[in-house]
Design a protein around this ligand. Structure first.
Ligand code: FES
Length: 155
């Protein structure tokens, strides 16, 4: 009788042990797969202002523009004239290609489908349905003899 009770409790222990071990094994295999398939949402850090370099940046002087990172967004910074800088969202409002500044034509241009914007970001030709989002540009004086610094902010 005592042996039967011991066998029963041993069997229950083995069943419990094998059951939980199998469960733990399955969880350890499938949990990482499930986490990989649906990663947790990571909130994007919002950016409201970036320093875009100096006014005498060679890229700005030579090409008249440069693409800067505004958080995760590309922004096109254009040097229209001495001391006149403008910034717009760098992606075309048609299908999100990166726009460029064409100094000679004085226009922002998207080479994907020949979209064209004026220097105020308004669409003037091609398929873009909306103007480019404008950004505010401020020039910050750093000190005597130093070039001004360009600060781009969300308008
Ligand atoms: S993506 Fe710019 S014109 Fe189509």
């Amino acid at each position: 009788m005592a042996n039967e009770i011991q066998d029963t409790s041993r069997r229950r222990f083995l069943n419990w042990f094998l059951g939980t071990s199998s469960g733990a094994l399955l969880v350890s295999i499938f949990y990482p797969v499930l986490r990989f398939i649906s990663p947790p949402e990571v909130p994007e850090a919002s950016t409201n202002q970036v320093e875009a370099g100096a006014t005498n940046d060679p890229e700005l002087l030579e090409n008249g523009y440069k693409i800067i990172r505004f958080g995760v967004e590309p922004v096109i910074l254009v040097r229209v004239a001495d001391g006149d800088f403008r910034a717009f969202a760098g992606t075309c409002t048609h299908l999100d290609c990166i726009v460029e500044f064409q100094k000679d034509e004085k226009r922002l241009w998207c080479n994907c489908h020949n979209g064209e914007y004026n220097l105020h970001g308004q669409q003037v030709a091609g398929p873009p349905p909306k103007p480019l989002e404008p950004f505010q540009v401020d020039l910050v004086y750093k000190g005597a003899g130093e070039p001004q610094s360009i600060v781009v902010s969300r308008a």
